[in-house]
Design a protein around this ligand. Sequence first.
Ligand code: ADP
Length: 308
Amino acid sequence: MVETNICSALGSVWYRSVADTTKGVSMVNEFGLAHQNGASSQALSERPYYKPVGNEETVFKAAYRQGLSLVLKGPTGCGKTRFVEAMAHDLGRPLITVACHDDLTTADLVGRYLLRGDETVWVDGPLTRAVREGAICYLDEVVEARQDTTVVLHPLSDYRRQLPIERLGITLDAAPGFGLVMSYNPGYQSVLKDLKDSTRQRMVAIEFGFPDPDVEEGIIAHEAGVDHATAVELVRFGQAIRRLETGGLREVASTRVLIAAGRLIAEGLPVAVAARVAIAGPLTDDDAVSRGLHELIDVYLGESAAGD
Ligand code: ADP
């Protein structure tokens, strides 16, 4: 109960901070916020490499300062996680990432009693830690989480910014600096569809796609350590796959798989071999589709991998 009161007090500080930061003194207050509640700051560590593809950085920071939750929509491997890491760095907030999966329950997020020796102790889950510490909590692929998690996500993602912890009989107000960010692939089923409209409409959505070729070339050269010409080749091939209209591919070639191919090339593997194992292989198990992709590799990447 004491926790609730402390957090309520901090909560009011948060809303004052929000009002202050809307007056246009952004970075100073972003870092200031980090120190207000004693949470550790990531401001001094190196910024995770992230190349903006549009206005997503401005939108994220504006939404964060206003205490609005964010939804990042987009296919896998297009930079959502890296983006959140860079934003947490810029805002000077700790980042707590939860990779959601289909067994993820409310208790996994909020916490549970565990047996330690002959004592039963309460252990906070990652969401509760983020709420107490004023961290940014990133629920990666939230679509995977079990439906019952919406019970805790509702009051946290709307104006209340509260986390009910049923097992403890308390409701925590989010500490200053707390931010809730979720990602999902709109192609899949979503727990978000079960959020009330009133909640959904308080969330800010940022759509992610694959970067423009010149941006993606820079990302691949940087991340894989290959020269510009190789990055250009890989991006051209990736784009050819993205243009394919085949029912056999569940996902197209992401920036992530192009980087993986680049890394193998940097290790000295022939380009076509790298593309087969790092791009075509992960994308499909279907023999016919696989053959099609291999032909495309031969056409786009100049050399046949046959016999390698
Ligand atoms: P997602 O979370 O969307 O599945 P990630 O953030 O893990 O994707 O991106 C996969 C990889 O692609 C990252 O580790 C990073 O190397 C690279 N990447 C993608 N987009 C960008 C970008 N805009 N700037 C820098 N790196 C990027």
